[in-house]
Design a protein. Sequence first.
Lengths: 213, 390
Amino acid sequence: MTDAELRDLSSATQARVDHLVVAEMVTPGARVLDVGCGDGALLSLLVRMRQVDGRGIELSREGVATCVSHGHAVIQGDADTDLGDYPDDCFDFVILSQTLQATRNPRRVIEQMLRIGHHAIVSFPNFGHWGVRSSLFFKGRMPVTANLRHAWYDTPNIHFCTIRDFVALVEEIPATMEKAVALNAAGERIGFNAPWWLWNLLGEQAVFLIKRV
Amino acid sequence: MARKSRQAAGSAHSQAESPDSAVIRFDMDRPLQLESGQFLAPLQVAYNTYGTLNAARSNAILICHALTGDQHVANVHPVTGKPGWWEIMIGPGRLMDTNRYFVICANVLGACMGTTGPSSINPATGRPFGLDFPVITIGDMVNAQAMLIEHLGIDKLLSVVGGSMGGMQVLDWAARYPERVFSAMPIATGAKHSAQNIAFDEVGRQAVMADPDWRGGRYIEEGTRPEKGLAVARMAAHITYLSEQALQRKFGRALQDRDSRTFSFDADFQVESYLRHQGSSFVERFDANSYLYLTRAMNYFDMAADHGGRLANAFAGSKTRFCVISFTSDWLFPTSDSRAIVHALNAAGAPVSFVEIESDKGHDAFLLDEPALFATMRGFLEAAAAARGV
């Protein structure tokens, strides 16, 4: 999809651009686990666009109840503790959408995702974005933006990272980077040929497709 | 008091032979093979239905009742005169809308409200079975229900739903007849009985058997009733259905109709009076031998052991959608029991949802008006109905 197509699809389906980017990475009919699936919006999109066999894990009971009422199979649970219950290789894709920064042990979570799925998709707000940097640099304050809405003292987001940090973690685990997409504030993808430092500066959100080495 | 309960006892016993509900009899040519290897025939199954089976026969929901429940799930109870035990959930416009769904509930095998059990007449002797009734299992209860469902002409149940011992039947249904169960809701239950659960049941059984009126299980012929023993069994069990917080909130150390301690063994405390009432009202509607048999069936339940030691094997290849529900303060079937089920269903690749509901009301929360329970069940059932085209 081109950026224009992505934008049109987003406004036509009311789907978030980052969700559409994730959906583009998932193969049709795949078995998918969405870790931290919230109200099931991404699962619904994946069922609609990719006809996946979708499952979810969600911390809040209200979120699970909403997902269940939409026909999704979702377990009330915790990404940090409950991924260990799944057997090896039981999913084609394990997705962690905008949840990485809220996990207690992000590395362990990603390793578990790579164990139970053939591929892992991780999306997160980029703490290396120029807006974040300028908030710290010029105001000396922790950033509060559209993507990072919580004040530092009551945020569920305890493990922020930048695109560069994530790339380093993928190398350290080690895992294979299959695809990476950075979205700027307008929800447009940053040119694939752009260097990491530019992605890290301009990307407000990032979506990575990785797999076991 | 003695006279009153004697009358009630007569009423409860008449329910065993000719219940105030629909009945299906399977004759000697359709014996039920029990897991013990024995055969049971003839077999009577008493059941109630609510709503209408649609033309596609796709809107049937089977409710499985708990240890001391019965088929009177959504109608006035013929012995106690009280509303059905899940009447808040079943009826026109309710969670299980009887304008839309066909709801079935059968008295379980071994019970005392019209399905064959130890107080039924043994055709071989012409006397009540008593302890000559074969020891039955959860699987036997499910097989008896399956005969009823087949008789009703239903190939696939939209949902099988139940809490506690009913939840065990739900799990067994899904494992035994996966192609006949579109969706399943096991609530406040486990895939096996814990040592603690077996221990509590053994206290109850010993209380029944220690009552001189039990007469080795032949009390019906001898015209006695082990009311004291059964009441003690119920009192002990009832504590396990509540939680410490619920007991504290409801009773604390409050005294019953008195200002100070009486320095006697009267029911000084409200909690004592409450438990005594639970015991005495229970014996009016329940059969002591049924209590022995049904608790035994629960004790024997261990799905993993029946499937090569691995619970996931019980659900291998299952397409049934599951919604597992537990309650935070349930210590009889704690959330860890439900999580073990979820873990196994995940390992088997079955579509499973799971919710742990915050409640301080203990195990019995599944019988109460818990909004979070209702919201989850309603959402799951509606999604299942939509997928099934109901």
